[in-house]
Design a protein. Structure first.
Length: 263
């Protein structure tokens, strides 16, 4: 294994050691449609997310998109197969000899023509000041209709692909829950997701947003996680009501309450 390949793989192993690889992989599972990286392996998409972008391309691919890599930008590397053509009994065959690395660049390190996918421009969302107070960066990202936002604890970033307040409230509730508990579980923990969604729906009502469709989506969301716990949505909400109150108090008033683990 050459040094470049080893270094690339080590960047993933380091994430396992830090405990945040499930978070990165979960974002890599849902690439933006119709861009080159959508066809990459999960491993390479994970390397891309680790590098802090949802769109990575080679120098020529960016040129084809009429965008140009900024001077001084550093590439990150993905793994590509090294295939050699051989002859066997007069027939030409392709043989996998191993892997090598290919340099690619983040969309954030390019300039030029606007890309076909649209990145939302965020309005002045309610409680945005709370995120700023907590040192959380809120940014817009292109969506792919499978997710509309996420909170990345390791990067202290809330990323949004929709203008809906409820999505922001959901992710902000994760931040508040992290502060209340002193940390979040890896991946999507059912109880944490229910706390975030119940808190988000409550915040919608507080700021005057009472969309019936949003309420229905919240119920289905909570039910999907309650099913994983083999309990009803009603019982699931009762189970997390204490944590939800602490999350709401922290967002609304900045009040931190001692956390007691839910049984």
């Amino acid at each position: 294994m050459n040094d470049n390949v080893k270094a690339t793989l080590n960047s993933i192993l380091d994430r396992f050691e830090n405990g945040d690889i499930p978070e990165v992989v979960s974002y890599a599972m849902f690439p933006i449609a119709d861009i080159p990286s959508a066809q990459w392996s999960l491993l390479n998409r994970t390397l891309m997310m680790i590098s802090g972008t949802a769109d990575g391309r080679g120098f020529k691919q960016w040129k084809k998109a009429e965008r140009y890599v900024k001077k001084g930008s550093k590439a990150f590397y993905i793994l590509v197969p090294y295939i050699k053509k051989t002859e066997d009994n007069g027939q030409e065959k392709e043989k996998l000899m191993g892997f090598m690395v290919k340099p690619v660049f983040r969309m954030e390190d390019t300039d030029g023509k606007d890309l076909e996918y649209n990145t939302v421009k965020l309005p002045d969302l309610p409680f945005m000041e709370r995120a700023m107070e907590w040192g959380i960066s809120v940014k817009a990202i292109p969506g792919n209709y499978r997710y509309y936002g996420y909170y990345a604890p390791s990067k202290k970033v809330i990323a949004l692909a929709t203008l809906e307040e409820k999505t922001f409230f959901h992710e902000l509730s994760h931040v508040a829950h992290e502060k209340v508990k002193g940390g979040l579980c890896c991946g999507q923990n059912p109880l944490e997701e229910i706390v975030a969604e119940l808190s988000a729906q409550t915040l919608c009502r507080i700021v005057g947003k009472q969309d019936k469709d949003t309420l229905g989506n919240s119920y289905r969301y909570i039910k999907s996680y309650a099913d994983k716990l083999n309990i009803s949505p009603y019982r699931a909400c009762l189970r997390v009501i204490s944590d939800t109150e602490k999350v709401l108090n922290l967002i609304l008033k900045g009040e931190e309450v001692e956390f007691k683990k839910v049984a």
